[in-house]
Ligand binder design. Structure first.
Ligand SMILES: [Zn+2]
Length: 452
């Protein structure tokens, strides 16, 4: 009997210790809150231990006097953006390749994502073996950069996509199984190493490379599901996308860009709940900046670019050669088809994820690409609020992350503070006043951000 009387007292003492040591209470006062689903109007958001604990009208008034109050009246609060498809540690200046996969470069990229308001980033393949340790280190320290999730090295085709030469993979980390048994072994290895999802490349890149065989991807998908892992596939064309969905694929990681998506595929995706990440910006990035040299004067783009890239894109001879390049007409057509297919899937209520392939190549500009993608989604018919829901709530749901993507009690305090209403004009997502991650102030506006 005596023991039962003592126990509650003991617990009370123990639980009091952490709160007195580091549980500062933060109150964001008076911002317009878009919670990832809808505009809530003006709210106080209360944060403790890196988590949102209250989202109320005038909640702050009832709190203890030593709560730290931040006046966000006139500002707009949205959840930190979540990218389902990006890459890290793969570029430096105008170059790309696995020789850049260093701790410094991974952190450099994640700091840039974070400064641009993307607080969770999925590195969808081509990660070096150091990925796992880096992820754990970075995810414990918000000041190092955006939260990192990823597919480890990913699984490609022997001598095929991702083409090692083209991608600069001198110590190619990608698993390239030739048969079903090796595909299952590759998935088991990656599951054991701790990937967040499995990435496949199923693309012959216009007939130039061997395609991953159906036997291999079906075995990989089946094995991944045995390990409770989702599978995301790089595709470009309708035919492999269709067979992958029939084979149980969870996530189409790029838009279909060769043909219109037909009603049969739409129906199959709807029934299976397949996710679709359009990455419209990926092809556009090959000509967009060469076409708009005046954008280099805008800080929002300028500050995202390494000096060498800025110099290259400022050179008219380079821009002319870029726009006259052999792939540009196809890239424009791919963007038009991608947008049309996104309109089709939007009307059908297919689950859409958020990603850009930023970081894979220098023109896939980390941070800028995500804000451009939001704009492109509105061109496909989504309202600004719907595009934001995709880039927050839905992108987190794709990853199976229940602790982020919305502004609600119990969730991580990963928040983007904006100067103007993004639900009125999607370009207002670029007017960043501050970024908070895990309840810590990790970035001010982009005017203060400079790439290393
Ligand atoms: Zn990619």
């Amino acid at each position: 009997m005596q023991a039962f009387r003592i126990l509650p007292l003991f617990l009370a003492v123990v639980t009091a210790i952490p709160s007195s040591l580091h549980a500062e209470t933060l109150v964001f006062e008076g911002a317009h809150v878009f919670d990832g689903e809808r505009n809530l109007g003006i709210r106080d958001v209360v944060i403790r231990d890196g988590r949102i604990v209250q989202v109320n009208a005038a909640a702050g008034a009832a709190l203890e006097a030593n709560a730290r109050r931040i006046d966000y009246r006139g500002k707009y609060l949205v959840p930190g953006l979540v990218s389902d498809h990006a890459h890290v540690g793969n570029t430096s200046g105008t170059g790309h390749g696995d020789r850049f996969y260093t701790r410094d470069n991974v952190i450099r990229d994640l700091r840039q994502f974070q400064a641009y308001g993307i607080t969770t980033v999925t590195a969808l393949g081509m990660n070096a073996p150091s990925f796992y340790a880096l992820r754990d280190e970075i995810n414990r320290a918000p000041a190092l950069g955006a939260q990192l999730k990823g597919a480890g090295p990913g699984i490609g085709a022997p001598a095929g996509a991702p083409p090692a030469d083209v991608m600069g993979l001198s110590h190619d980390p990608v698993a390239r199984p030739a048969d079903a048994a090796s595909a299952r072994a590759a998935v088991r290895d990656q599951a054991k190493a701790g990937v967040d999802l499995i990435k496949l490349w199923v693309d012959d890149i216009g007939g130039k490379f061997p395609m991953m065989s159906p036997e291999v991807y079906r075995a990989a998908i089946d094995e991944a599901h045995e390990h409770n892992l989702k599978v995301a596939a790089h595709i470009h064309d309708l035919a492999p996308a269709t067979d992958l969905v029939a084979s149980g694929l969870d996530v189409i990681a790029h838009g279909v860009r060769d043909n219109p998506i037909d009603p049969a595929l739409v129906a199959a995706m709807f029934t299976a709940g397949t996710w679709y990440i359009p990455t419209v910006n990926i092809d556009e990035a090959n000509y967009l900046y060469a076409e708009h040299p005046q954008w280099l004067q805008q800080r929002f783009l300028r500050n995202a670019l390494p000096q060498a890239v800025r110099a290259q894109w400022s050179d008219q001879a380079w821009r002319d050669a870029q726009l006259a390049g052999p792939g540009i007409a196809a890239a424009r057509k791919a963007v038009a088809t991608n947008l049309d297919n996104l309109r089709t899937l939007r009307s059908a209520g297919i689950r859409i994820g958020f990603g850009t392939d930023a970081g894979a190549l220098p023109q896939r500009v980390i941070g800028f690409a995500e804000h451009r993608e939001l704009e492109l989604m509105t061109q496909a018919g989504f309202t600004p609020a719907q595009a934001l829901t995709i880039a927050t709530r839905d992108a987190a749901k794709l990853l199976g992350l229940k602790d982020r993507g919305r502004i609600a009690p119990g969730l991580r305090a990963d928040l983007l503070v904006l100067e103007a209403d993004p639900t009125l004009d999607i370009l207002n997502t670029r007017r960043i006043a501050a970024v908070w991650q895990d309840g810590q102030h990790v970035a001010g506006g982009i005017d203060d951000y400079r790439p290393r």
